[in-house]
Design a protein around this ligand. Structure first.
Ligand SMILES: Cc1cc2nc3c(=O)[nH]c(=O)nc-3n(C[C@H](O)[C@H](O)[C@H](O)COP(=O)(O)OP(=O)(O)OC[C@H]3O[C@@H](n4cnc5c(N)ncnc54)[C@H](O)[C@@H]3O)c2cc1C
Length: 387
């Protein structure tokens, strides 16, 4: 067994960490207060490869291995959870869908502009007002009319839609065929009939924006079908398997950021004549947090490693997401506890970390859905094994 990152992965981690420490962490408070990532910050991520992590080199991307992608997303989340979700959704949902299922001409057309940092991102639109976990119940439809597909319907909570060049959209193409009757489409955001509502008002993760999107007779050329007609749901599940590893990585990063703040505070703050770090109750909170973060990081990297090896990783990815997201909530809760009243103040960063962490057990498949996926796999194939 080889429990080491490669030299390349270590160097990558250091360069992303240094970038985040210099460019993102100092802005985290402003990003959360203003609920906006400064556009110049997004542009700076392009040259580093952070906007094209899953994009082939031939299309101007960095074409990173899955562990390197997880490392980068974790590091960004260490700086700011909302910024990490923006970057994750762009790379691991919108770009990843086109990279995985696009034809050569689709990849060459759609990926280079969004991988370079020219300012536009990408989105994946699955959720609808009446259906999130239950994607078999989506209503957005796509009908073939002559040499066009015509889309009709509405989507909810679509991350990055307001900043996207295109929205990969799941729609029903063959209503009689159930789960084999859905398909994916590349919908440019300037398509007539597409409307993107203002960002939802959210509890946290201020840097990331999610929008309601409506499609009123949105007419697309036939070539905008992504992948095969009728395989949209299977393609979606494939993309979400990868996305779940990344949401696990965001959670590890948020938790690490919260623990770092808690350790710093526990060294400086005194009570009953000694620093907080000398009280055993505080030491236990710190020990539990450090242990859980380490376990979650191993799970996330392991799922990413399986993906990279081309081995099945659905169960490992779901388990990593489930554990890491729930862990991040526990750890950021403890970080607030260690700060006492100051933890509840917006002057300190841990309250924003706690609010960002709360989202992670919901987006890209709730904890309940992860448990459902894991249980199904355990009953069918048995529990996770180290190959
Ligand atoms: C900030 C944010 C960003 C998002 N970004 C995107 C995006 O970019 N693209 C996109 O398509 N969607 C996005 N979503 C939507 C997200 O993926 C859904 O919210 C999520 O999948 C859950 O769907 P739902 O909200 O409709 O909840 P529901 O499916 O209605 O579930 C409600 C509750 O019931 C539980 N439940 C449902 N079914 C079962 C079951 N069979 N067994 C046990 N429990 C069950 C759920 O776990 C949950 O607790 C985003 C959401 C948020 C909040």
């Amino acid at each position: 067994m080889d429990f080491q990152l490669s030299e390349e992965q270590r160097l990558w981690r250091k360069s992303v960490h240094d970038f985040v420490k210099k460019e993102i962490k100092p802005l985290a408070k402003e990003i959360n207060e203003n609920e906006e990532i400064p556009p110049q910050l997004l542009k700076k991520m392009g040259p580093l490869g952070l906007l094209g992590m899953s994009v082939p080199e031939a299309c101007g991307g960095a074409e990173l291995d899955s562990i390197s992608i997880a490392i980068a997303i974790e590091e960004i989340a260490w700086g700011d959870g909302g910024t990490a979700l923006t970057i994750e959704a762009h790379n691991e949902l919108g770009c990843a869908a086109v990279a995985a299922f696009g034809s050569e001409s689709q990849k060459n057309k759609w990926l280079p502009p969004v991988a370079s940092g020219e300012g536009k991102l990408t989105s994946l639109a699955l959720t609808e007002p009446q259906a999130g976990s239950d994607l078999r119940n989506i209503k957005t439809s796509a009908k073939k009319e002559g040499d066009s597909w015509v889309l009709q319907g509405s989507k909810a909570w679509i991350t990055n839609a307001g900043k996207a060049a295109f929205i990969v959209t799941l729609a029903v193409t063959d209503p009689d065929k159930g789960s084999r009757g859905m398909s994916m489409f590349i919908v440019p955001t300037d398509a007539p009939g597409l409307s993107i509502a203002p960002p939802e008002k959210k509890m946290g993760a201020g840097g990331t924006h999610s929008h309601a999107v409506s499609y009123e007779n949105v007419r697309l050329p036939l070539e905008n079908l992504l992948g095969k007609q009728g395989e949209g749901l299977q393609q979606t599940l494939h993309v979400l398997d990868g996305g779940r590893i990344s949401v696990g990585a965001i959670s590890v990063g948020i938790a690490q950021g919260a623990l770092d703040e808690a350790v710093k505070y526990a060294r400086e703050r005194h009570s009953f004549g000694k620093p907080l770090q000398d009280h055993q109750a505080i030491q236990w909170l710190v020990a539990d947090a450090a242990t859980e973060i380490h376990a979650a990081r191993l799970m996330v990297y392991y799922a990413a490693w399986l993906k990279e090896q081309g081995q099945p990783f659905t169960q490992a990815g779901a388990a990593a997401k489930l554990f890491a997201t729930e862990m991040a909530e526990r750890v950021s809760y403890s970080a607030i506890q260690i700060h006492g009243s100051y933890g509840y103040s917006r002057e300190y960063p841990v309250e924003a970390m706690y609010r960002a962490a709360r989202l992670m057990t919901i987006g890209e498949g709730t904890s309940e859905i992860q448990r459902l996926v894991i249980a199904r796999k355990v009953f069918k194939d048995g529990p996770l094994q180290i190959p």
